[in-house]
Every structure is written in structure tokens, then in C-alpha cells.
Design a protein around this ligand. Structure first.
Ligand code: NAD
Length: 260
């Protein structure tokens, strides 16, 4: 389906982004991966994509909290790959704290990486998509784009913002063969979730098991974590021509969490 297309997936050295990049590559897309991590491990992932799927895979170390680096990444990788056809705005971090103690620099960082980065990348990628009269913008939002949880002020604000950005961009690009949609996963067992457990234990006075069962899985009627493969499957569908009429959609994949 995606033969000959190029996809840039931000925050794809780990978790959901890596699964999306690999699913796109398996389907024939050339990919650009991005994110932080240990250089040798990143190079192993990049090389594995090329070896496993016979596509071109490049890596950009652009810091998604910095607008100039994001614009430069889109320009450089677009030039190297013949344009960016599919942009997945996925990089994200979490920070858990009561609002009165929420560190100002953590607020700024979460808003920069989880919200402003998608603005900078979309702004830079849309002209190339318009020129090709085809494009896909897929934003990894969250169930927290639709509902809140306590102690996650910056994350919930950023994800609600991503929903608004997605809908606005969708209206602007609709007549150009481009779609913009948001995927809203419930809890997925990735480093992002694992890292927030100690702070949630502290904020709520709970044990690790209580956080997992009474906070995380309690909201998902399936009582299961969503898997990265399930999210990659939805992203792959949204990137395909079959999804040409899905535009401006905020799509839940949360085991029923936000149906309640
Ligand atoms: P993860 O920690 O496994 O991956 C996050 C990725 O973002 C990594 O590749 C990391 O290196 C990258 N990253 C972080 N800061 C960056 C920066 N400044 N510049 C470039 N890259 C940076 O987490 P994940 O769970 O796979 O999260 C991916 C996305 O999915 C995030 O937007 C997250 O909010 C969203 N999400 C996750 C869950 C969940 O339960 N895990 C649920 C809903 C939404």
C-alpha cells in the first residue's frame, strides 16, 4: 500500500513510534526515525528496518522541543528522501505532579514536545504535501485528548491541544489530497508509562501494583493495556488510500475508556 512513500515518525526510537515506523516499512514505505537514545541501539534499529523490509531508513536526532531543529529535520530529510509524504507526530513525554508543585520548566517541556512540535513539523511538511497533492498527517494524541486525569496538567492540556490542531489542519488541507487525524490510545505499556509509575505512587500514596491495577487498568474496560501493534495497525490504515475520507477525526483506541 505504501510502496514508494516516505514516512517521518517523530519519537520513533522506542514504544509506539518504533512500532509505527516498522509497520510502515513492512508495508513498503521508506522511513525517517527520530528520537533520543543510545547511539548504537538507534543504529541497530535503523539498520534492522532496512534489512528486515528492504526500504531506506534514515535517522534524525532533532530535538522535538526545538522549533528550528524540527524545521531543519523536515527540510533535510525531505531533500534526502524526495519529500515527506506521511508525517506522524508522535514524540511525547509525561510528567506527573499536583498542579501547585508542577515545575514550570516541566510544563514548558511537555507543551513543547507534545504540542508545539506537531505545529512546527506540520507547518514545515504541508507545503511539500500540497505540491504532491497527497499527504497524511497522523498525530499520536491520547485518551487524555478527550478526558483528564489528575496530576497530569501539562500532558492533558497538550493532548487536548493536539486534537484542536488536528481538526484545524484537517480543514485547511482537505482539498489538497491530504488528511490530518489523531489517534487516541489508552494506556500502552511503554517506557513513557513505566516511568510515570513512581511519581504516580508518590502523588496518590499508592503501591506500584495499585497504580497499575487501580489507576491504569481500572479505566480500561478491557482490563488490558493497548498494544503498540494495534496502534501501528490503525496508523497504517490512516496512511493508506482507503482512509482518504477520514479527515479531522479524533480516533479512540482505548479498550472503551472514553466510552464511559
Ligand atoms: P516512549 O517513551 O516509548 O517513546 C517516546 C519517544 O519520544 C522516544 O523515541 C523518545 O526518544 C522520543 N522523545 C522524547 N523527547 C524527545 C525530544 N525532545 N525530541 C525527540 N524525541 C523525543 O513513549 P510512547 O508511549 O511510545 O509514547 C509515544 C506517544 O504516544 C507520545 O506522544 C505519548 O504521549 C503517546 N501516548 C502514549 C500512551 C501510553 O500509554 N504509552 C498513551 C497515549 C498516548
Amino acid at each position: 500500500m505504501l510502496n514508494g512513500k516516505t514516512a517521518l515518525v517523530t519519537g520513533s526510537t522506542s514504544g509506539i513510534g518504533l512500532a509505527v515506523a516498522r509497520a510502515f516499512a513492512k508495508d513498503g514505505a521508506h522511513v525517517v526515525i527520530n528520537g533520543f537514545g543510545e547511539p548504537d541501539a538507534i543504529e541497530r534499529e535503523r539498520a534492522a528496518i532496512e534489512k528486515d523490509f528492504g526500504v531506506k531508513a534514515l535517522y534524525s536526532g532533532a530535538d522535538m522541543s526545538k522549533g528550528e531543529e524540527i524545521a531543519a529535520m523536515i527540510a533535510e530529510m525531505g531533500a534526502a528522501m524526495g519529500g515527506i509524504d506521511i508525517l506522524v507526530n508522535n514524540a511525547g513525554i509525561q510528567f506527573v505532579s499536583p498542579i501547585e508543585d508542577f515545575p514550570v520548566e516541566k510544563w514548558d517541556q511537555v507543551i513543547a514536545i507534545n504540542l508545539s512540535a506537531a505545529f512546527h513539523a506540520t507547518r514545515a511538511a504541508v507545503p511539500g504535501m500540497k505540491a504532491k497533492k497527497w499527504g497524511r498527517i497522523i498525530n499520536t494524541a491520547s485518551a487524555h485528548a478527550l478526558v483528564a486525569s489528575p496530576f497530569k496538567a501539562a500532558y492533558v492540556a497538550a493532548k487536548h491541544g493536539i486534537a484542536g490542531l488536528t481538526k484545524t489542519v484537517a480543514l485547511e488541507v482537505a482539498a489538497h489530497g491530504i488528511t490530518a487525524n489523531a489517534i487516541c490510545p489508552g494506556y500502552v505499556w511503554t517506557p513513557l508509562v513505566e516511568k510515570q509509575i513512581p511519581d504516580t505512587m508518590k502523588a496518590r500514596g499508592m503501591t506500584r501494583e495499585q497504580v497499575i491495577n487501580d489507576i491504569l487498568l481500572a479505566v480500561q474496560p478491557t482490563k488490558k493495556f493497548v498494544t503498540v501493534e494495534e496502534i501501528a495497525g490503525l496508523a497504517l490504515y490512516l496512511a493508506s488510500d482507503l482512509a482518504a475520507s477520514i479527515n479531522g477525526a479524533i480516533l479512540s483506541i482505548d479498550g472503551g475508556w472514553t466510552a464511559a
